[in-house]
Design a protein around this ligand. Structure first.
Ligand SMILES: Nc1ncnc2c1ncn2[C@@H]1O[C@H](COP(=O)(O)OP(=O)(O)OP(=O)(O)O)[C@@H](O)[C@H]1O
Length: 279
Protein backbone atom coordinates (compact mmCIF):
# COMPACT_ATOMS: atom_id res chain seq x y z
CA UNK A 1 0.00 0.00 0.00
CA UNK A 2 1.22 3.50 -0.80
CA UNK A 3 0.94 5.59 2.33
CA UNK A 4 -0.62 9.03 2.16
CA UNK A 5 2.32 10.28 4.23
CA UNK A 6 5.56 8.61 5.21
CA UNK A 7 8.13 10.28 7.43
CA UNK A 8 11.40 8.51 8.18
CA UNK A 9 14.22 9.55 10.48
CA UNK A 10 13.47 13.28 10.38
CA UNK A 11 15.74 15.45 12.50
CA UNK A 12 15.78 19.25 12.57
CA UNK A 13 17.97 21.57 14.62
CA UNK A 14 17.28 25.27 14.24
CA UNK A 15 20.07 25.90 16.75
CA UNK A 16 23.16 23.79 17.28
CA UNK A 17 22.61 21.21 19.99
CA UNK A 18 18.81 21.67 20.18
CA UNK A 19 16.60 19.37 18.18
CA UNK A 20 13.14 20.64 17.25
CA UNK A 21 12.58 17.21 15.64
CA UNK A 22 14.53 14.19 16.78
CA UNK A 23 14.50 11.12 14.50
CA UNK A 24 10.74 11.37 13.87
CA UNK A 25 9.07 8.59 11.91
CA UNK A 26 5.42 7.90 11.16
CA UNK A 27 3.17 6.65 8.37
CA UNK A 28 -0.38 7.80 7.66
CA UNK A 29 -2.71 5.61 5.60
CA UNK A 30 -4.97 7.07 2.90
CA UNK A 31 -8.21 8.23 4.52
CA UNK A 32 -6.81 8.30 8.06
CA UNK A 33 -7.42 11.24 10.42
CA UNK A 34 -4.56 11.67 12.85
CA UNK A 35 -4.16 14.16 15.69
CA UNK A 36 -0.70 15.54 16.28
CA UNK A 37 -0.70 16.31 19.97
CA UNK A 38 1.86 18.08 22.07
CA UNK A 39 2.50 20.98 24.41
CA UNK A 40 3.75 24.32 23.13
CA UNK A 41 7.17 23.98 21.50
CA UNK A 42 7.03 20.19 21.16
CA UNK A 43 7.56 20.34 17.38
CA UNK A 44 4.05 19.98 15.88
CA UNK A 45 4.28 22.94 13.46
CA UNK A 46 7.84 22.05 12.55
CA UNK A 47 6.81 18.50 11.63
CA UNK A 48 3.82 19.67 9.55
CA UNK A 49 5.98 22.22 7.72
CA UNK A 50 8.46 19.46 6.86
CA UNK A 51 5.63 17.23 5.62
CA UNK A 52 4.38 20.03 3.36
CA UNK A 53 7.86 20.64 1.95
CA UNK A 54 8.04 24.20 3.28
CA UNK A 55 11.36 23.50 5.02
CA UNK A 56 14.09 20.89 4.77
CA UNK A 57 15.39 18.75 7.61
CA UNK A 58 19.03 18.42 8.69
CA UNK A 59 21.18 16.83 6.00
CA UNK A 60 23.03 14.80 8.61
CA UNK A 61 19.82 13.15 9.77
CA UNK A 62 19.24 11.57 6.33
CA UNK A 63 15.50 11.86 6.94
CA UNK A 64 12.86 11.72 4.26
CA UNK A 65 9.22 12.60 3.65
CA UNK A 66 6.98 11.03 1.01
CA UNK A 67 3.41 12.13 0.24
CA UNK A 68 1.32 9.74 -1.85
CA UNK A 69 4.55 7.94 -2.69
CA UNK A 70 6.17 11.08 -4.06
CA UNK A 71 9.38 12.29 -2.39
CA UNK A 72 8.96 15.71 -0.80
CA UNK A 73 12.41 15.82 0.77
CA UNK A 74 15.35 13.56 1.36
CA UNK A 75 18.70 13.96 3.12
CA UNK A 76 18.12 17.63 3.96
CA UNK A 77 17.07 18.71 0.44
CA UNK A 78 13.64 19.47 -0.90
CA UNK A 79 12.73 17.48 -4.02
CA UNK A 80 13.23 19.31 -7.34
CA UNK A 81 9.52 18.95 -8.13
CA UNK A 82 8.38 19.91 -4.63
CA UNK A 83 6.08 22.63 -6.02
CA UNK A 84 4.16 20.05 -8.01
CA UNK A 85 4.02 17.72 -5.02
CA UNK A 86 2.67 20.55 -2.86
CA UNK A 87 -0.26 20.79 -5.26
CA UNK A 88 -1.61 17.59 -3.70
CA UNK A 89 -1.25 18.87 -0.15
CA UNK A 90 -3.80 21.23 1.37
CA UNK A 91 -2.38 23.26 4.24
CA UNK A 92 -4.68 24.89 6.79
CA UNK A 93 -2.97 27.53 8.93
CA UNK A 94 -3.87 28.77 12.40
CA UNK A 95 -4.24 32.31 11.01
CA UNK A 96 -6.11 31.20 7.83
CA UNK A 97 -3.56 32.63 5.36
CA UNK A 98 -6.12 34.43 3.20
CA UNK A 99 -5.44 37.70 1.38
CA UNK A 100 -7.77 39.98 3.32
CA UNK A 101 -8.29 42.61 0.58
CA UNK A 102 -9.32 40.01 -2.03
CA UNK A 103 -12.79 38.49 -2.34
CA UNK A 104 -13.34 35.16 -0.63
CA UNK A 105 -13.91 33.43 -3.98
CA UNK A 106 -10.53 34.63 -5.32
CA UNK A 107 -8.83 33.29 -2.21
CA UNK A 108 -10.55 29.95 -2.67
CA UNK A 109 -9.63 29.76 -6.34
CA UNK A 110 -5.95 30.17 -5.54
CA UNK A 111 -6.19 26.46 -4.67
CA UNK A 112 -6.29 25.91 -8.44
CA UNK A 113 -3.18 27.93 -9.28
CA UNK A 114 -0.84 24.93 -9.55
CA UNK A 115 -3.17 23.39 -12.17
CA UNK A 116 -3.83 26.35 -14.48
CA UNK A 117 -1.50 27.88 -17.09
CA UNK A 118 1.07 30.31 -15.74
CA UNK A 119 -0.29 33.32 -17.66
CA UNK A 120 -3.74 32.81 -16.13
CA UNK A 121 -2.32 32.30 -12.62
CA UNK A 122 -0.35 35.56 -12.93
CA UNK A 123 -3.42 37.65 -13.69
CA UNK A 124 -5.73 35.45 -11.62
CA UNK A 125 -8.00 34.80 -14.57
CA UNK A 126 -10.45 31.97 -13.85
CA UNK A 127 -12.91 30.44 -16.31
CA UNK A 128 -16.62 30.30 -15.49
CA UNK A 129 -16.52 26.57 -14.73
CA UNK A 130 -13.63 27.18 -12.31
CA UNK A 131 -15.56 29.94 -10.56
CA UNK A 132 -18.53 27.55 -10.33
CA UNK A 133 -16.25 24.94 -8.71
CA UNK A 134 -15.12 27.60 -6.20
CA UNK A 135 -18.72 28.54 -5.40
CA UNK A 136 -19.57 24.88 -4.99
CA UNK A 137 -16.69 24.45 -2.51
CA UNK A 138 -17.91 27.51 -0.57
CA UNK A 139 -21.43 26.03 -0.52
CA UNK A 140 -20.00 22.79 0.84
CA UNK A 141 -18.45 24.63 3.78
CA UNK A 142 -21.63 26.72 4.22
CA UNK A 143 -20.38 30.23 3.32
CA UNK A 144 -21.32 30.69 -0.36
CA UNK A 145 -23.30 33.82 0.62
CA UNK A 146 -19.96 35.48 1.41
CA UNK A 147 -18.22 34.56 -1.85
CA UNK A 148 -17.86 38.13 -3.16
CA UNK A 149 -17.07 39.82 0.14
CA UNK A 150 -13.54 40.80 1.08
CA UNK A 151 -11.97 37.98 3.08
CA UNK A 152 -11.01 40.41 5.88
CA UNK A 153 -14.70 41.13 6.61
CA UNK A 154 -15.42 37.52 7.59
CA UNK A 155 -15.25 36.16 11.13
CA UNK A 156 -12.32 33.93 12.06
CA UNK A 157 -14.44 30.78 11.80
CA UNK A 158 -15.74 31.82 8.36
CA UNK A 159 -12.20 32.60 7.18
CA UNK A 160 -11.03 29.19 8.33
CA UNK A 161 -13.90 27.57 6.42
CA UNK A 162 -12.84 29.53 3.31
CA UNK A 163 -9.31 28.18 3.81
CA UNK A 164 -10.77 24.66 3.95
CA UNK A 165 -12.79 25.38 0.77
CA UNK A 166 -9.46 26.26 -0.86
CA UNK A 167 -8.22 22.72 -0.14
CA UNK A 168 -11.43 21.32 -1.72
CA UNK A 169 -10.81 23.34 -4.91
CA UNK A 170 -7.23 22.15 -4.83
CA UNK A 171 -8.47 18.52 -4.83
CA UNK A 172 -5.94 17.88 -2.09
CA UNK A 173 -5.34 14.19 -1.31
CA UNK A 174 -3.77 15.14 2.01
CA UNK A 175 -4.72 17.96 4.39
CA UNK A 176 -2.24 19.20 6.98
CA UNK A 177 -3.89 21.50 9.50
CA UNK A 178 -1.64 23.43 11.90
CA UNK A 179 -3.67 24.28 15.01
CA UNK A 180 -6.67 25.24 12.86
CA UNK A 181 -8.88 25.97 15.87
CA UNK A 182 -6.42 27.71 18.16
CA UNK A 183 -7.71 31.21 17.23
CA UNK A 184 -11.42 30.34 17.19
CA UNK A 185 -14.31 30.49 19.65
CA UNK A 186 -15.64 27.08 20.77
CA UNK A 187 -18.60 26.98 18.33
CA UNK A 188 -16.45 27.97 15.32
CA UNK A 189 -13.84 25.46 16.45
CA UNK A 190 -16.44 22.70 16.53
CA UNK A 191 -17.64 23.52 13.01
CA UNK A 192 -14.12 23.58 11.64
CA UNK A 193 -13.23 20.22 13.24
CA UNK A 194 -16.47 18.65 11.97
CA UNK A 195 -15.75 19.94 8.48
CA UNK A 196 -12.29 18.41 8.51
CA UNK A 197 -13.74 15.11 9.77
CA UNK A 198 -16.45 15.12 7.09
CA UNK A 199 -13.97 15.84 4.30
CA UNK A 200 -11.80 13.05 5.67
CA UNK A 201 -14.69 10.57 5.61
CA UNK A 202 -16.50 11.59 2.44
CA UNK A 203 -13.45 12.19 0.24
CA UNK A 204 -11.07 9.70 1.90
CA UNK A 205 -8.57 12.53 2.30
CA UNK A 206 -5.84 11.86 4.86
CA UNK A 207 -5.85 14.56 7.54
CA UNK A 208 -3.11 15.34 10.05
CA UNK A 209 -4.24 18.03 12.47
CA UNK A 210 -2.13 19.50 15.23
CA UNK A 211 -3.95 20.22 18.46
CA UNK A 212 -3.20 21.21 22.01
CA UNK A 213 -6.22 19.56 23.59
CA UNK A 214 -6.53 15.81 23.99
CA UNK A 215 -10.34 15.94 24.32
CA UNK A 216 -10.64 17.49 20.82
CA UNK A 217 -8.26 14.85 19.45
CA UNK A 218 -10.39 12.09 20.97
CA UNK A 219 -13.62 13.51 19.59
CA UNK A 220 -12.53 13.69 15.96
CA UNK A 221 -9.54 11.42 15.39
CA UNK A 222 -8.95 7.71 15.75
CA UNK A 223 -5.21 7.96 16.20
CA UNK A 224 -2.85 10.24 18.10
CA UNK A 225 0.79 10.92 17.43
CA UNK A 226 2.11 12.69 20.52
CA UNK A 227 5.30 14.73 20.42
CA UNK A 228 7.44 15.86 23.30
CA UNK A 229 10.61 17.87 22.78
CA UNK A 230 10.75 16.81 19.14
CA UNK A 231 10.33 13.08 19.79
CA UNK A 232 7.32 10.85 19.15
CA UNK A 233 6.36 9.63 22.61
CA UNK A 234 3.08 7.93 21.65
CA UNK A 235 1.62 6.71 18.37
CA UNK A 236 -1.57 4.74 18.72
CA UNK A 237 -5.32 4.76 19.14
CA UNK A 238 -6.91 7.75 20.89
CA UNK A 239 -9.04 5.38 22.88
CA UNK A 240 -5.97 3.92 24.61
CA UNK A 241 -4.79 7.29 25.93
CA UNK A 242 -5.63 7.95 29.56
CA UNK A 243 -4.95 11.00 31.71
CA UNK A 244 -2.51 8.90 33.74
CA UNK A 245 -0.62 7.94 30.57
CA UNK A 246 -0.48 11.58 29.48
CA UNK A 247 0.90 12.62 32.85
CA UNK A 248 3.44 9.86 32.55
CA UNK A 249 4.46 10.97 29.05
CA UNK A 250 4.42 14.72 29.65
CA UNK A 251 4.97 15.30 33.35
CA UNK A 252 3.92 18.84 34.29
CA UNK A 253 3.30 19.71 30.58
CA UNK A 254 0.25 17.37 30.70
CA UNK A 255 -1.80 20.17 32.26
CA UNK A 256 -1.62 22.02 28.91
CA UNK A 257 -3.24 19.09 27.12
CA UNK A 258 -5.97 18.10 29.57
CA UNK A 259 -9.23 20.14 29.60
CA UNK A 260 -9.16 21.01 33.28
CA UNK A 261 -5.68 19.86 34.13
CA UNK A 262 -7.12 16.83 35.89
CA UNK A 263 -8.85 14.37 33.62
CA UNK A 264 -11.15 14.00 30.64
CA UNK A 265 -14.35 12.26 29.72
CA UNK A 266 -14.34 10.35 26.49
CA UNK A 267 -16.68 12.50 24.39
CA UNK A 268 -19.29 11.05 22.08
CA UNK A 269 -17.94 10.79 18.54
CA UNK A 270 -18.97 13.61 16.24
CA UNK A 271 -21.97 12.90 14.04
CA UNK A 272 -20.54 12.54 10.56
CA UNK A 273 -23.50 12.65 8.21
CA UNK A 274 -25.22 14.84 5.71
CA UNK A 275 -23.68 17.57 3.62
CA UNK A 276 -20.53 19.40 4.63
CA UNK A 277 -22.52 22.59 4.98
CA UNK A 278 -24.52 21.03 7.81
CA UNK A 279 -21.42 20.96 10.01
N1 LIG B 1 12.16 29.19 12.51
C1 LIG B 1 12.62 28.78 13.70
N2 LIG B 1 13.80 29.22 14.17
C2 LIG B 1 14.28 28.82 15.36
N3 LIG B 1 13.64 27.94 16.18
C3 LIG B 1 12.46 27.48 15.76
C4 LIG B 1 11.87 27.87 14.51
N4 LIG B 1 10.68 27.23 14.37
C5 LIG B 1 10.52 26.48 15.48
N5 LIG B 1 11.58 26.63 16.32
C6 LIG B 1 11.77 25.95 17.60
O1 LIG B 1 11.48 24.57 17.41
C7 LIG B 1 10.77 24.05 18.54
C8 LIG B 1 9.45 23.47 18.08
O2 LIG B 1 8.60 24.54 17.66
P1 LIG B 1 7.17 24.30 17.01
O3 LIG B 1 6.65 25.64 16.59
O4 LIG B 1 7.27 23.25 15.99
O5 LIG B 1 6.34 23.73 18.23
P2 LIG B 1 4.77 23.52 18.36
O6 LIG B 1 4.60 22.20 19.03
O7 LIG B 1 4.12 23.71 17.07
O8 LIG B 1 4.40 24.68 19.37
P3 LIG B 1 3.05 25.56 19.51
O9 LIG B 1 1.99 24.60 19.98
O10 LIG B 1 3.40 26.59 20.54
O11 LIG B 1 2.78 26.14 18.14
C9 LIG B 1 10.63 25.19 19.52
O12 LIG B 1 11.68 25.11 20.46
C10 LIG B 1 10.79 26.44 18.66
O13 LIG B 1 11.33 27.50 19.40
Amino acid sequence: MTHAIEVRGLTKSFQAGRRALDNVGLAVAPGEMVALLGASGSGKSTLLRHMAGFIAADAAGAGEVLVNGRTIQQGGRLANDVRRARGEIGFVFQQFNLVGRLPVITNVLTGMLPRIPLWRSLIRYFRNEEIDAGLDALAQVGIDDYAFRRASTLSGGQQQRAAIARTLVQNARVILADEPIASLDPESARRVMELLAQINRSRKVAVVVSLHQVDVAMRYCTRVVALRQGKVVYDGPCAALTPAMLRDLYGTEAAELLPDGAGFDVPAPAVIAGSLAAA
